[in-house]
Write a protein that binds this ligand. Structure first.
Ligand code: TXA
Ligand code: MG
Length: 351
């Protein structure tokens, strides 16, 4: 299969530019498209054949459910049932935007889309291309992140092409995505709101709208397994990983730099290619040929936005051992650390 690439300027485009993509979606094909978080790999949420194509193209385990992307509140009632007051309040406040809300599913939504679950994850993206694609096609779009399973999520069309060229019908190239990490996920299908995946919408922001919010304990776990199973099936897998081995080093700034410099020296002596992930404020502390800044500690959004770019860059550079500073849990409510820990396959040391 040849993957067509359609360039679109999100700030100024015409309906015709999305016509081909709409045709593909309506006939059960796959189109990758930009959202404000990461690129999604879209197919018709009501077509079991389309969702099975998504799993196949990504190499994704079929028990890992997909997020259904909608363009209006009417769409919500097409896919979700028993909509709770608290869930509706969150939707009204944060949609369109980077929040995914889990409700009981409408019977018509195929189990292949929801990984066999009786619930459905729904999100109304704010990205103009994403919303217009859903609206114009009339298709509720099931879309996981458009990366090969296990790889860092794509924040540019080039990342999608790298992972999925030849496996999907089309990529809409709308440039960089902005936020750069996936949506926050909350479960609103029960009596209280539970955060299943941290993201740009933080617990404090949710608490501005509903009285009680809890966090799935599996999110905060720093030890894999540990008897806790993540409630979002996708959170249990190794994920976001670069090809090299990533180690996170925690501690005071000087202790971290000292420890990383020692590790770099050791590995370089053994003949390995090493790299360091630092920040604008700390990048000069390292004695390594490759030191990359993820962003500035003074601007937490820049760190979130830099995360997947830098993890992919490590692969382009051929880094075999990658040492990273740790990012505080207050950066987007622990969202960045949550992804980093998985990318590092839980390898963290104290300096
Ligand atoms: O920002 C985003 O959310 C991006 C863009 C494309 O919208 N999408 C995304 O999808 O990150 P994906 O498939 O990479 O992550 C979806 C997560 C997985 O961890 C999955 O297990 C969880 O959502 N999920 C989906 N439906 C669920 C459900 N019914 N119950 C619990 N977890 C669910
Ligand atoms: Mg993903």
């Amino acid at each position: 299969m040849v993957t067509r690439v359609q360039k679109i300027n999100p700030d100024s485009f015409m309906a015709e530019e999305l016509e081909e993509a709409c045709k593909i979606l309506k006939s059960g094909g796959l189109v990758a498209f930009p959202t404000e978080t990461v690129y999604g790999l879209g197919g018709d949420a009501f077509n079991p054949l389309a969702s099975s194509k998504i799993y196949k193209a990504k190499g994704r385990p079929s028990d890992n459910p997909l997020i259904v992307h909608i363009a209006s509140m009417e769409d919500l009632y097409r896919v979700a049932d028993g909509i709770t007051d608290s869930g509706l309040k969150l939707a009204e406040k944060f949609w369109p935007g980077p929040l995914t809300i889990i409700f009981k599913k409408k019977e018509e939504v195929p189990l292949s889309t929801t990984g066999g679950l009786g619930t459905v994850a729904v999100r109304m993206p704010s990205h103009k291309v994403a919303r217009e694609l859903i609206r114009q096609s009339g298709v509720c779009i099931a879309a996981p992140s458009a990366n090969k399973s296990g790889r860092p999520s794509p924040v540019r069309a080039e990342h999608v092409i790298e992972d999925l060229a030849g496996r999907i019908d089309m990529v809409i190239d709308g440039g960089g995505t902005g936020i750069g990490i996936e949506s926050s996920i909350v479960d609103a299908s029960g009596s209280e709101i539970v955060i299943l995946r941290p993201g740009y919408i933080t617990k404090d922001m949710l608490l501005g709208v509903v009285d009680k919010v809890t966090t799935d304990p599996a999110i905060e776990s720093r030890i894999p397994g540990e008897g806790i199973t993540a409630k979002a099936p996708g959170m249990k897998y190794r994920h976001y990983a670069p090809e090299g081995e990533l180690l996170i080093v925690e501690g005071s700034q000087s202790a971290v730099a000292g420890r990383i410099n020692t590790l770099v020296e050791e590995k370089e002596k053994e003949g390995y290619k090493t790299a360091v992930i630092a920040t604008d404020e700390t990048k000069n502390l390292y004695k390594c040929k490759i030191v990359k800044s993820i962003g500035s500690r003074k601007n937490e959004a820049s760190i979130a936005a830099g995360l997947y770019d830098i993890l992919r860059e490590m692969d382009y550079l051929g880094a075999q051992y990658i040492y990273s500073e740790s990012f505080d849990n207050d950066i987007l409510g622990g969202a960045v650390m949550n992804r980093m820990i998985k990318a590092a396959a839980y390898h963290i040391v104290q300096a």
